[in-house]
Design a protein around this ligand. Sequence first.
Ligand SMILES: [Fe+2]
Ligand SMILES: [Fe+2]
Length: 246
Amino acid sequence: MISSRNFLSGVIRQTSAFVVPRNVCFNKKSNGRHTPLNAKPTQELTGVVFEPFTAVAAELATVDKTSASQSFARVNFHVDCEAALNEQINIEYNISYVYHALWAYFNRDNVALPGLSAFFKAGSEEEREHAELLMEYQNKRGGRVKLKSIVMPEMEFDHPEKGDALYAMELALSLEKLNFLKLRELHATANRHDDAPMTDFIEGQLLIDQVESVKKVSEYVSQLRRVGKGLGVFQFDQKLAEELEA
Ligand SMILES: [Fe+2]
Ligand SMILES: [Fe+2]
């Protein structure tokens, strides 16, 4: 008398050429073997059965040949995407540098607009954070970060008709809009190479915030156009400082 447990293990051992679905019925005996009535040969399921060791063989051979100076992580990452990420890193650094110059300008004793100064300091840090985010992503994908030269920015921002605050904010708006267009170009490059994780990264981590930045700076340009120069700028600056502290 065979126990049900031994009976089943016997079936599995003896019918290794079959995939045994749940709730199968068994022939008690057929040519000395127990076989399930509704089992199907594995050959029929070849298209849906994942065979990891076979599937990974080609990649394993590639990994084996990868030298320590190359990335092990790199997979499906086009050189155009790698180059475009380095371009964008440079753009973010350049904008950060201009905002840093604006921070220093509004922080001068003979300008003394602490709200605008703090706004551009935060903006400079944010752009640098974007550069770091892109660098981190470049490394994550197995690309190589290449930092390029950044341009020396203007240091004087007092426009004869507009004054310094409006001129600086219009400059910031132009930079934010330019950055938006550059991010769209980066996205288009990733799209061209069918790089879904990269398009997702650009959309989720950068483009959404960029749209917000353009809107915010546009509002500041509108307000500064209304207030004119002098006392209006002083009051705008105080409100901006309060907003940033909140
Ligand atoms: Fe940015
Ligand atoms: Fe920005």
